[in-house]
Design a protein around this ligand. Structure first.
Ligand code: ZN
Length: 161
């Protein structure tokens, strides 16, 4: 069957930047990626390219930032006082924290430490990056009614509840 909205897809993938440096790979995590197609779980450029593919298809696609993790915005980089991080006494560059703003959870990454100030970046770490995907489709099956209702995959590679 072909990949379409409300199918569960399992794939092997490798992501590099245009220079060929490895960013992420399913062989590195040891597990193929399982997702519900048409649900916005993966970057839009890749989801679009997967529509209509079948088991065994292998392809490469270059996804620009606007179809990937978005552009980088300088205004998402903020300087905050260290005393806002209650209970964290070993602050290090690269640490990530969840913050809530406008009812949405954002992940911020510490990118700098200057005295009592902490520089945090709320951009996705891959924002502004052009991503080159190499993808092999391993499995395609229809999602169950329950999976569609929940908006996520159940069982292997998905939710267990
Ligand atoms: Zn569920």
């Amino acid at each position: 069957m072909q990949i379409a909205d409300n199918t569960v897809v399992i794939l092997d993938y490798t992501v590099t930047n245009p220079e060929g440096d490895l960013i992420d790979s399913s062989s590195e995590t040891g597990e193929p990626l399982t997702y519900l197609h048409g649900n916005g779980d993966i970057v839009p450029g890749l989801e679009q390219a997967l529509t209509g593919r079948r088991v065994g298809d292998n392809f490469q696609i270059t996804v620009p930032p606007e179809d990937g993790y978005g552009e980088r915005y300088d205004e998402l980089v903020q300087v905050v006082s260290r005393d806002q991080f209650v209970g964290i006494d070993n602050m290090e560059i690269g640490m990530q924290f969840q913050t809530e703003a406008d009812g949405e959870v954002h992940v911020v990454t510490v990118t700098g430490l200057e005295g009592d100030e902490v520089i945090v970046d709320a951009n996705h770490p891959l924002a502004g990056e052009t991503l080159v995907f190499d993808v092999t489709v391993l499995e395609v099956r229809p999602a169950t009614a329950e999976e569609i209702k929940h908006g996520h995959v159940h069982g292997a590679g998905g939710h267990h509840h």
